[in-house]
Ligand binder design. Structure first.
Ligand SMILES: NC(=O)c1ccc[n+]([C@@H]2O[C@H](COP(=O)([O-])OP(=O)(O)OC[C@H]3O[C@@H](n4cnc5c(N)ncnc54)[C@H](OP(=O)(O)O)[C@@H]3O)[C@@H](O)[C@H]2O)c1
Length: 270
């Protein structure tokens, strides 16, 4: 995202892992006074609020931490955004839905089935309650170059010729991080407001997605073993079909289809 905003004054914050960048600030969003100080120093026009406690099972076992970071942290940022008349983009999740229906539209009823989804939804509500100018950008299974994620894990395991088990019965809208950045920047440039589903263009099972990753990276798809989610030892429940309908954002910026995104990622990684 940073590179895509060339020409703009961009400031980034980090929590526990220092970012080596000129305009970076250490920030714990659960601490009101720290949030106030960063806003005083930067006086931003637009905030892209990505910080969250994202470990889905961790949120189930550490409910208070999840509430503090995902709900109260978002409220702290929203209060300052409102004070400075800035636009707030809050990155939210497909896990605000229960997964019974799939291909969710922005107006569909939310009904989280785990604590991560519940606290991210509370974060959304804080933004709606406090801010006049906001975008809630719900996304799904983020992946990209850099830090380990679902897709880089698949690529690494297949390159090392390791077998991996992946669920066949969970449907999502995998999203390349740079595609998400393009969607968000397009929405900001269009001065859009409200809720948007900003995700990959296709609903796909995690298993089929892994097969497409293997294909796109010319790795052996036979190493991917189909698995049923009921056999997974997860602490938190996962929605069965949390895929997102992206027709609203498509009017501003068309999200990539799975094969386009994987091809783009391969280019970015080479
Ligand atoms: N990954 C996905 O598949 C996915 C899907 C849908 C939506 N999302 C949403 O997209 C956003 C980004 O997700 P991600 O996967 O990139 O998450 P991530 O890798 O877990 O990064 C979250 C960031 O938030 C920071 N953070 C945690 N607690 C904080 C605090 N108290 N104060 C300030 N920063 C704090 C973390 O820093 P430390 O590590 O130093 O604590 C980390 O840098 C999140 O809002 C998430 O809910 C993600």
């Amino acid at each position: 995202m940073h590179e895509m905003l060339a020409g703009e004054n961009v400031f980034v914050t980090y929590h526990s892992n220092p970012i080596v960048a000129k305009d970076s600030f250490q920030l714990d969003i659960t601490d009101r006074s720290q949030v106030e100080k960063v806003f005083r120093d930067v006086s931003p026009g637009v905030i892209i609020h990505t910080a969250a406690f994202t470990n889905v099972d961790g949120c189930e076992s550490q409910k208070e931490k999840a509430r503090m970071v995902n709900a109260e942290g978002a409220r702290n940022v929203a209060i300052e955004a409102k004070k400075y008349g800035a636009k707030l983009v809050y990155i939210s999740t497909d896990y605000v839905f229960d997964g019974h229906k799939g291909m969710y539209k922005e107006g569909d009823v939310t009904n989280p089935i785990n604590h991560y989804g519940l606290t991210k939804l509370q974060g959304e509500q804080a933004v709606v309650d406090v801010c006049d100018d906001f975008i809630i950008a719900r996304t799904s299974v983020l992946y990209g170059r850099g830090r380990k994620n679902f897709t880089t894990w698949i690529i690494d395991e297949l390159k090392n010729r390791k077998e991996l088990t992946i669920v066949t019965d969970q449907f999502v809208s995998p999203t390349l991080n740079t595609d998400l950045s393009h969607q968000i920047i397009a929405l900001i440039e269009a001065d859009a407001a409200g809720i948007y589903h900003t995700a990959g263009a296709e609903r796909i099972s995690r298993f089929d997605f892994a097969q497409k990753v293997a294909e796109g990276f010319e790795l052996d798809p036979d190493l991917i073993v189909p698995y049923a989610s009921e056999r997974m030892n997860w602490l938190a429940k996962r929605p069965m079909d949390s895929s997102l309908d992206v027709s609203k954002v498509s009017k501003v910026r068309k999200p990539l289809r799975v094969h386009e995104a994987i091809k783009t990622l391969r280019g970015e990684m080479s």
